[in-house]
Design a binder for this molecule. Structure first.
Ligand SMILES: Cc1ncc(C[n+]2csc(CCOP(=O)(O)OP(=O)(O)O)c2C)c(N)n1
Length: 362
């Protein structure tokens, strides 16, 4: 994403500047929040960052498989997920570990997913979180379908699809928008525009200036928000949830953010991103540092409290890793268990081959 494009800030909602100062609107919003909520934003963002950094290290040590880092996108994930209720459905992509943690997915299971284990896909009873979608954009029509079901059943629940800017170039995105607009379903299409689809910059992805404007074609609101400002994201998401619950239909939210690191641990982002752009985002636009500045200035956070919380997070993450690594792997034929109701000829042949290789797990 070009810097001048990022600077076009007038077109977005922002409550908190990179210097940690509230705008006029931001001050009003801040005053409407409880102290607990204000602390939640800090606690979740720092916890998720620690989880993320440790996951990259685990991958480097060969203890988990390929991993998709989220650092830089904490505000977009925390601000949006905290605006949801237990009754809402979440359809994530592979980068929404932060959203999954807030939704109630236990940490060991999130690690298990990245260890390639099926247990990582099944949330506990009552957690309405779908498995991370690796095919780009397929989760968007799924979410819209779930939202439609909620409308037909006259339920309160809202369905949220999380996706990246690259996903908006897929047919699935447009089909989902079309359906959502026509049937006015209670869906929120939440795009974290981190500027790139792997190595393809947004300018090569779309001739539109923004993702948000695409909603106009489907006749529902498209809102652009500073995705590194947790307060603004929480505000616009809360409003979108209220609209959906009130039967007013879908909203497309474009949270403008940046992935600080690689697309996945199999990628090398230095090969396609200008150094100056990365430095700008890493040094000046960090969502957590910006929020910490505000919390300290408002007298709601001290260095001591931060150190205590970090220690607590470290213990939680350590425990999560220990539990994930201690869990007994499923036998190899389990690979085939959830593919078809009845195995076909190809599967039977592969199962036989696996047995011959001594991989029966018995
Ligand atoms: C249907 C499909 N096409 C291509 C891919 C390969 N692929 C994996 S990630 C990715 C880029 C996605 O970018 P974006 O939607 O912006 O999400 P981000 O990774 O930035 O969060 C692509 C093309 C895929 N997984 N699925």
């Amino acid at each position: 994403m070009k810097l001048e494009q990022l600077e076009r800030e007038t077109a977005w909602v922002r409550h908190l500047s990179p210097e940690g100062e509230l705008t006029e609107q931001g001050r009003k919003f801040w005053d409407s929040l409880s102290v607990e909520r204000k602390k939640d934003f800090y606690r979740w963002m720092s916890y998720i960052r620690m989880f993320d950094r440790r996951s990259v290290i685990l991958q480097r040590q060969g203890r988990i498989g390929t991993y998709a880092p989220l650092e830089g996108q904490e505000a977009a994930q925390v601000g949006s997920a905290l605006a949801l209720g237990k009754e809402d459905w979440i359809f994530p992509s592979y980068r929404e570990h932060g959203v999954a943690m807030i939704a109630g997915m236990p940490l060991p299971q999130i690690f298990l997913y990245w260890m390639g284990r099926v247990e990582g896909c099944k949330p506990p009873e009552g957690v309405r979180l779908l498995p991370p979608s690796v095919p780009i954009a397929t989760q968007i029509p799924h979410a819209v379908g779930a939202a439609w079901a909620s409308k037909l059943k006259k339920e309160r629940s809202v369905a949220v699809a999380y996706f990246g800017d690259g996903a908006t170039s897929e047919g699935d995105f447009h089909e989902a928008c079309n359906f959502a607009g026509v049937f006015k379903v209670p869906a929120i299409l939440f795009c974290q525009n981190n500027g790139y689809a792997i190595s393809v910059p947004f300018s090569r992805q779309s001739a539109s200036e923004t993702v948000a404007q695409k909603a106009a074609a489907y006749n529902f609101p498209g809102i652009r928000v500073d995705g590194n400002d947790v307060l603004a994201v929480y505000d616009v998401m809360t409003q979108a949830v209220e609209r959906a619950r009130a039967g007013q239909g879908p909203t497309l939210i474009e949270a403008v953010t940046y992935r600080k690191g690689n697309h996945t641990t199999a990628d090398d982002a230095t090969r396609y991103r200008p150094e100056q752009e990365v430095t700008e985002w890493v040094e000046r636009r960090d969502p957590l540092e910006r929020y910490v500045k505000l919390m300290k200035a408002e007298g709601l956070l001290t260095d001591e409290e931060m150190a205590e919380w970090e220690e607590e997070c470290k213990e939680r993450v350590d425990r999560g890793i220990r539990e994930a690594e201690a869990s007994v792997p499923a036998p190899p034929p389990h690979l085939f268990a959830h593919v078809y109701a009845e195995p076909g000829a190809n599967e039977l042949r592969q199962i036989k081959e696996l047995e011959e290789m001594g991989g029966s797990g018995k």
